[in-house]
Design a protein around this ligand. Structure first.
Ligand SMILES: NC(=O)c1ccc[n+]([C@@H]2O[C@H](COP(=O)([O-])OP(=O)(O)OC[C@H]3O[C@@H](n4cnc5c(N)ncnc54)[C@H](OP(=O)(O)O)[C@@H]3O)[C@@H](O)[C@H]2O)c1
Length: 267
């Protein structure tokens, strides 16, 4: 496991906000941050899961843990979250919450498409805009934006999801440059297939995925270890090789190949 910076808890603590903390990658961010001595504000809709995780973190690591139950598809969620954490010494924001869907674009419920854009694109913008000024004013802190390897080319049979993740990638890349002078380190995390309930809930058959799904532990550790060191993280050697290959493959060819894989894993 790569090591975190020695000053991690002072630079990115006392508190972190983690969106999408009720399962998968977000819950693992919360667990690894708590293990590093950082208190965590947990954001998602399922308050029961957040409460159970908050109890676990307080018991196992002696850190603070606060439940902030919000639907990030709501235009009011970011301001409500900012109010929830107004009293905390905030050092890190992890924009991880996301929703996906696999299938034909023309059969995808338009309301679900809109919700996906709200949760995956509008929410990271709104949360970063609401909380970012506090990190900048403090002169030190971190921001993690969770994108995907699906961001690097068109993603047929998951077209809207892929496009939202491309948005997240470019948002994170730009903010890494813009916020650096203010002392805010930005990491964009692009996981490949990762073993969470996310892909399973959207109809992916793990037996048909051409590479092994990564466990959440190393995915999250790679992002936390990159803070203050690197701004783009693609966890896993196979995923990195795939992304590197895309630099020399024509974009239309890459989209066609991605489409073949997406069709296979969902049919
Ligand atoms: N797993 C993968 O293969 C993979 C690959 C690349 C990128 N990613 C990205 O990693 C991130 C986490 O995904 P995951 O795999 O950990 O999936 P997951 O287990 O399904 O977790 C998704 C999280 O987002 C939260 N969320 C969804 N809609 C929300 C809403 N409207 N308001 C508030 N919270 C909401 C969910 O909480 P509630 O349901 O309780 O609200 C949950 O905590 C996503 O951004 C995803 O795009 C995942």
């Amino acid at each position: 496991m790569p090591r975190l910076r020695k000053d991690f808890a002072t630079r990115y603590g006392t508190w972190a906000v983690v969106t999408g903390a009720s399962s998968g990658i977000g819950a693992e961010f919360a667990r690894q941050l708590a293990a590093a001595g950082v208190s965590v504000a947990l954001v998602a809709r399922r308050a029961d899961r957040l409460a159970a995780l908050a109890d676990e973190l307080a018991r196992d690591h002696g850190v603070g843990a606060r439940v902030c139950a919000h639907d990030l598809a709501s235009p009011r969620a970011a301001d409500a979250l900012a109010a929830d954490v107004a009293d905390l010494d905030l050092g890190l924001v992890v924009c991880n919450a996301g929703t996906s869907w696999k299938g034909a674009f023309l059969e995808h419920d338009p309301a679900d498409q809109r919700r996906m854009i709200e949760v995956n694109c509008q929410a990271p913008v709104a949360v970063t805009r609401a909380l970012g000024p506090r990190l900048a004013a403090r002169g030190r802190g971190g921001l993690v934006i969770v994108s995907s390897t699906g961001a690097f080319q068109g993603l047929p049979w998951s077209a809207v999801y892929g496009a939202t993740k491309a948005f997240d990638l470019l948002l994170g890349e730009a903010l890494a440059v813009e916020l650096k002078p203010a002392g805010v380190d930005v990491v964009t995390l692009c996981p490949g297939g990762t073993d969470t309930e996310g892909p399973m809930n959207t109809g992916v058959d793990p037996a048909k995925v051409p590479v092994k799904l990564m466990p959440v532990g190393p995915v999250v550790r790679a992002a936390l270890a990159a803070l203050g060191r690197r701004s783009l993280v693609v966890p896993g050697a196979v995923n990195r090789a795939g992304v590197a290959a895309l630099r020399v493959v024509p974009r239309a060819v890459a989209a066609k190949a991605a489409g073949r894989i997406m069709k296979r894993v969902t049919s």
